[in-house]
Design a protein around this ligand. Structure first.
Ligand SMILES: NC(=O)c1ccc[n+]([C@@H]2O[C@H](COP(=O)([O-])OP(=O)(O)OC[C@H]3O[C@@H](n4cnc5c(N)ncnc54)[C@H](OP(=O)(O)O)[C@@H]3O)[C@@H](O)[C@H]2O)c1
Length: 252
């Protein structure tokens, strides 16, 4: 199926991670020119760039830092599409009454502020009818006990930020679009050690499909939302990629 992404320049943040690398490969399969972003995983990003072939641009940045984000966009060159995939899920289960302010701030920064800075940098340089795809989480839809910092940051991304951006991007170009995906549990380095068979059995009790997502399940939806042909009249939407999840098991 034609996606209209051939030759488009696409920045994938978090391309060194599980979902970001799947997005990178999925965009490359559509013959897009992908710019790969990494933070600490330079080696992983460069291996992926080598897999895609010569000339692939790789840029490093801590997306919580304004100066580094500006440098990243300067190095990336002109872009048509941005998939803002980078994010952090602190694995320790800590209820709000024990949550240190330091972790709260770090999580909000690494997810919400990083997404704001990425969206800002992308939109500052946008000239055509580009597409921005944000990455939220089912935590932002149904909450996540022990991870209120992450759930709050992801809610803000797929709520207020997304819906405001939807009506702002058309000031840049009348056909510019912004959408989001909200993945549920997905096999990736982020969830390593949290998706054993027993855990999947428990997690999937509120899901129609009895599996956790593969990174490709999420990446395919990112590509569909980025496509000006498949999603040309779709903006401000959140696509949940969680096997029909209805909520969480609160008690055994
Ligand atoms: N896996 C899941 O179950 C799941 C569920 C819902 C939502 N999500 C969301 O999906 C996105 C991708 O997650 P993933 O599963 O692919 O996790 P992952 O493999 O851990 O990848 C996370 C990515 O974010 C980058 N990153 C982290 N902190 C950063 C910072 N300060 N500045 C710039 N980049 C930073 C990492 O870069 P380096 O590795 O180079 O340091 C890495 O590329 C995240 O937004 C996550 O919240 C994941």
């Amino acid at each position: 199926m034609e996606t209209g992404l051939m030759g488009k320049r696409v920045l994938v943040t978090g391309a060194s991670g599980g979902i970001g690398s799947a997005c990178t490969r999925a965009f490359a399969e559509e013959a897009a020119e992908v710019v790969l972003h990494f933070h600490r995983g330079q080696e992983r990003a460069e291996e992926l760039a080598a897999e895609l072939g010569g000339g692939t641009v790789v840029v490093g940045a801590d997306l919580t830092r304004e100066d580094e984000v500006d440098q990243m966009f300067a190095a990336a060159g002109s872009l048509d599409v941005c998939a803002a995939v980078a994010g952090v899920w602190p694995s320790a289960d800590v209820p709000v009454w024990e949550l240190p302010l330091e972790r709260w701030r770090a999580t909000v920064d690494a997810n919400l502020t990083a997404t704001f800075l990425t969206a800002r940098g992308f939109l500052r340089q946008l000239e055509g009818d580009g597409a921005l795809v944000l990455v939220g989480s089912t935590a932002g839809l149904v909450g996540e006990a022990g991870h209120a910092d992450y759930a709050a940051a992801k809610s803000a991304i797929i709520g207020g930020l997304l819906l405001s951006l939807k009506n702002e991007v058309v000031r840049k170009n009348p056909l510019a679009r912004v959408n989001a995906v909200a993945p549920g549990w997905t096999e990736s380095p982020m969830t390593r050690g949290h998706v054993s068979e027993e855990q999947v059995g428990r997690i999937s009790r509120t899901m129609a499909l009895r599996k956790v997502a593969r990174p490709e399940d999420v990446a395919n939806q990112v590509v569909v939302l980025a496509s000006p042909i498949l999603s040309g009249h779709v903006t401000g939407q959140v696509v949940t990629v969680a096997g029909g999840m209805e909520g969480r098991v609160i008690h055994d």
